[in-house]
Design a protein around this ligand. Structure first.
Ligand SMILES: [Zn+2]
Length: 339
């Protein structure tokens, strides 16, 4: 990515081992993420170009001398952040705060919208899958790199549990996975705030019980109508805009919680007085998806959840620029890249 709206497919130097704890993964499946659309909209032309992408499944092609558990030929899933798996925060299940960790697809580390990707701290980062590369579950497994784990984190942060009323702000892939997560955790009422017919249909399949397509105050009023005037116990904020966080806080009932997983593009958390007087918890952050793989994987393998249905377009590497355009124009929910 060179700047807003400027994605090019180019030959770059091959990914190679740098540290003894690295692995090189040959990418078979990758994705374009909703969060990739932020630089696609806002990146300035003068900024250093970067290799985007932080979600992938592939085969291990090379390992450094100190890699112990990951082996050449393993089919592996890559979480959007790398982590050592051994520090205090990794032990607490907060791998995105790993003291040696970092993020893929940044100016500092090339990402996975590529033929191959260098994985730092391979033993801690990669999750070895016991499936073959052409398994039909691959699209759903791929969502464990980010969107399914992130939707689950939103639900956990918003304290979803059995019998609760839940609202999801945002009908992108993460919001839709948030519907799956809320259902999975036993929510009784699941209200999706979204406006796109294809996404609403999928959300209903995933377990949404109500849909609110109004915006701003009208959306708040509608959610209140659907919840006996009180609002919901749990709000999954999956957008990150100023309007989304305002709405999320306004529809939380007293004692409720908002789980934020949309990268915030606002400077301060709003509504200091309502959150105070209503005892509303505002929580969330980058999802430690590495910690959630083991919990979510069995449900995918058993066919209980099918988050891979968020992919509604498959492109080859050469068509990645058009994939960005399609997602940015809301023509596609989420694009899978097959190399
Ligand atoms: Zn760590």
């Amino acid at each position: 990515m060179y700047g807003a709206g400027d994605v090019r497919i180019e030959n770059v130097p091959d990914a190679r081992l740098v540290e003894a704890t690295d692995a090189i993964v040959r990418v078979s499946l990758a994705c374009i993420c909703g969060s990739d659309l932020w630089p696609y909209k806002l990146m300035e032309a003068g900024e250093k170009s970067r290799v985007m992408g932080h979600e992938a499944i592939g085969a291990v092609e090379a390992v450094g001398a100190d890699v112990r558990t990951v082996k050449i030929g393993d089919v592996v899933l890559m979480p959007f952040a790398y982590s050592d798996g051994t520090c205090d925060f990794c032990h607490e299940g907060l791998h995105t705060s790993c003291v040696h960790g970092g993020f893929f697809g940044t100016p500092a580390l090339a990402g996975a919208q590529a033929e191959a990707v260098r994985i730092p701290l391979a033993d801690g980062t990669l999750f070895v899958l016991s499936v073959s590369k052409d398994d039909s579950l691959m699209p759903s497994l791929l969502t464990l790199s980010d969107v399914m784990g992130t939707g689950h984190h939103a639900a956990r942060s918003a304290r979803v549990s059995r019998g609760k009323r839940v609202a999801i702000v945002g009908d992108g892939a993460v919001g839709l996975c948030g519907v799956i997560a809320a259902r999975r955790l036993g929510a009784e009422q699941i209200i999706l705030l979204g406006r796109h017919a294809d996404r609403i249909a999928l959300a209903k399949d995933f377990g949404a019980t109500d849909v609110v397509s109004e915006r701003g105050e009208a959306a708040v009023d509608r959610v209140k109508e659907l919840t006996q005037g009180f609002g919901v116990h749990s709000v999954l904020e999956c957008v990150g805009t100023d309007q989304a966080i305002h709405t999320a806080i306004a529809i939380a009932r007293p004692g409720g919680a908002v789980g934020r997983v949309g990268v915030p593009h606002y400077e301060t958390i709003p509504e200091a007085q309502p959150t105070f007087y209503n005892n509303i918890t505002v929580s969330g952050g980058p999802a430690p998806v590495r910690a959630y793989i083991e919990e979510l994987l069995p449900d995918i393998l058993e066919g209980k959840i099918q988050p891979g249905r968020v992919f509604d377009r498959v492109v080859g590497l050469d068509d990645v620029p058009d994939g960005y355009r399609a997602m940015n124009e809301r023509e596609s929910i989420k694009v899978m890249i097959k190399s």
